[in-house]
Design a protein around this ligand. Structure first.
Ligand SMILES: Cc1ncc(COP(=O)(O)O)c(C=O)c1O
Length: 431
């Protein structure tokens, strides 16, 4: 069926997962880059989400909404569990977690016995950071652009166990991926035990050369821990190709799974060498499920990860990444015309995808965030770091080029107002 006929065939009335498979048939021949600007396709994707009226959400990086197919399943399972929780929850719903484990493992090409389902990236990464045996004087490498909670966890180990935390500074923007590898390489000493890095830096959107960093770690006998909070389901890759020892990510960011879902990958031989955050059952030290012993909790969020994976599969990994790239270039090209404006990561796919931070010299990003919200009801994230600053912009697949234009126009108007207004007090939380 020709694309236009397909779209006018009454399908607007049926947004959701079913439409994706029909859309895919209609657009089977379209390359991801071609489809990235094909608005009739993306209008249908937009219908799969409930959006807050009057709010333009360009902070999907902090936490993302789930499509309705995911949310509906979460609500259905919540109702089901509530009927007779001691039976429905523990006997019916919890065992279904195994299907989620298998699907996550298949999608990211690792063994299901290496995948634990957690509540967020924090829980996953802290299981690695706090669970590894380290001796006083052992060194851990991390950058000063890693997520503060992950840095603070290592700082706690520094106070408690006497380990040494070395925080490296990375160029902004990174010019060449090999410069990042070199920064880590230069910091390695005979006492180094752990290389901790982000897959995507939440402050700048920079995609780090993780496979090269984990190869460096292996070469020096180091444990590698990768923070994938902003990478999973943002652009295509597999855990197999990254070659890390631990990978922790939230699934409520780019996978758009229910809020309160995450994943932890642990390379199999390391499972028994890692103490879980919550005590394990005797004899379970080699079982990846020991990282899930969190006590009674709702099953609906983690079981509905399956529907989020269905949506991601049906949308297409390359298509999603190409659309995010397209939306980024739509606003970035226009705002880069402002005097001195710069992106904190190069815009090409080798460096960044849907997360981008733009800086305007001398302009306070906290003021921009505050005014964008007050004047235009547009959500973005201000970034303030000792070495750089900027406005982080993260559209999602349900956003449109028209919204990118609305955001750009609002920014142009505000930039023309600065500095005639007083900076507002910052009070942000960069997720
Ligand atoms: C790089 C990075 N790591 C870890 C986290 C923690 O994620 P969560 O709050 O979902 O645990 C975030 C959250 O934004 C992040 O950006």
């Amino acid at each position: 069926m020709p694309r236009r006929n397909f779209l006018s065939a009454g399908l607007r009335a049926a947004p959701g997962l079913a439409i994706l498979s029909r859309l895919n048939r209609a657009y089977a021949a379209a390359a991801p880059e071609e489809l990235a600007g094909e608005e009739p396709f993306w209008e249908q994707i937009r219908l799969a989400y409930d959006r807050a009226p009057g709010i333009l959400n360009f902070n999907n990086g902090g936490v993302a909404p789930a499509p309705n197919s995911v949310l509906d399943e979460q609500i259905r399972l919540t109702r089901l569990a509530n009927r007779a929780p001691a039976y429905e929850l523990w006997t019916v719903l919890e065992p279904q977690l195994e299907a989620v484990r298998k699907r996550l493992a298949k999608t990211w090409a690792v063994d299901a016995e290496e995948i634990a389902i957690t509540r967020n990236a924090t829980e996953s990464l802290e299981a690695a950071e706090l669970g590894l045996e380290l001796k006083p004087g052992d060194e851990v490498l991390i950058t000063n652009q890693d997520y503060p909670r992950m840095i603070n966890t290592w700082r706690q180990r520094q106070r408690r166990d006497g380990i040494v935390l070395k925080q490296l500074s990375l160029q902004v923007p990174v010019r060449r991926p090999e410069d990042v590898v070199e920064t880590y390489r230069r910091a390695i000493t005979p006492r180094t035990r752990v290389l901790h890095c982000c897959h995507v830096i939440n402050l700048t959107g920079e995609i780090l050369p993780v496979a090269r960093l984990t190869a460096l770690a292996r070469q020096h006998g180091l444990i590698s821990i990768v923070d994938g909070a902003h990478a999973i389901a943002h652009f295509p890759f597999t855990l197999a190709e990254l070659g890390c020892d631990y990978y922790g990510a939230s699934l409520h960011k780019w996978l758009s799974a229910p809020i309160g879902t995450g994943v932890l990958y642990v390379r199999r031989p390391l499972i028994e060498k890692t103490w879980p955050l919550f005590g394990e059952w005797p004899g379970e030290d080699k079982n990846i499920r020991k990282f899930e012993e969190i006590g009674t909790h709702p099953a609906a969020p983690h079981n509905a990860i399956l529907q989020a994976l269905d949506f991601y599969d049906a949308l297409g990994y390359e298509r999603k990444a190409a659309r995010l790239q397209y939306l980024k270039m739509r606003w970035a090209r226009r705002l880069l015309r402002q005097p001195g404006a710069r992106l904190l990561a190069q815009p090409g796919r080798g460096h960044s995808c849907g997360v981008a931070t733009i800086d305007f010299p001398g302009v306070d990003p906290a003021w921009l965030q505050d005014q964008l919200w007050k004047q235009d009801r547009i959500l973005v994230q201000e970034i303030t770091h000792p070495e750089f600053k900027g406005t982080r912009v993260t559209p999602n697949v349900y956003n449109t080029p028209a919204e990118a234009d609305r955001f750009s126009a609002a920014m142009e108007r505000l930039l023309a107002q600065w500095p005639h207004r007083k900076p507002a007090a910052a009070g942000s939380h960069a997720g």
